[in-house]
Design a protein around this ligand. Structure first.
Ligand code: SF4
Length: 115
């Protein structure tokens, strides 16, 4: 069975074909990053998650946050639910840990800016 994907590793957007029956062989990629992305997307898809959380006493009432590494795509919904519960209080610095080891992924949620 073959699966088609568009590579998101750079703006070129190469059309990849992944042959699942041939050990996830990737074709259509113009560089090795496409091969890595295509194989990983079908075996263990992961993403950096970006979002916002509430903050008190800041210049805005929400602050951008992100994961400090890629987390399994399947955990994104659970992580968004955790972020809904968070309320920070200004001042915070960029890179401050908001949730350590979020949902036991080994990855932290950190602030993307100071406020
Ligand atoms: S295969 Fe390489 S060149 Fe093509 S979109 Fe992916 S990263 Fe960019």
């Amino acid at each position: 069975m073959k699966k088609e994907l568009i590579c998101i590793a750079c703006p070129m957007g190469c059309h990849l074909t992944i042959d699942i029956d041939d050990d996830y062989k990737v074709t259509g990629n113009q560089c090795v990053r496409g091969e890595v992305y295509g194989r990983k997307e079908l075996t263990n898809p992961t993403r950096i998650v970006t979002s916002t959380v509430k903050i008190k006493k800041g210049i805005y009432n929400r602050i951008p946050v992100k994961t400090n590494g890629e987390i399994p795509k399947a955990d994104i919904f659970k992580i968004m639910k955790e972020l809904e519960k968070v309320e920070l209080t200004s001042p915070v610095k960029v890179g401050d840990i908001v949730i350590k080891n979020v949902c036991n992924t080994g990855i932290d949620i950190v602030t993307s800016r100071s406020m």
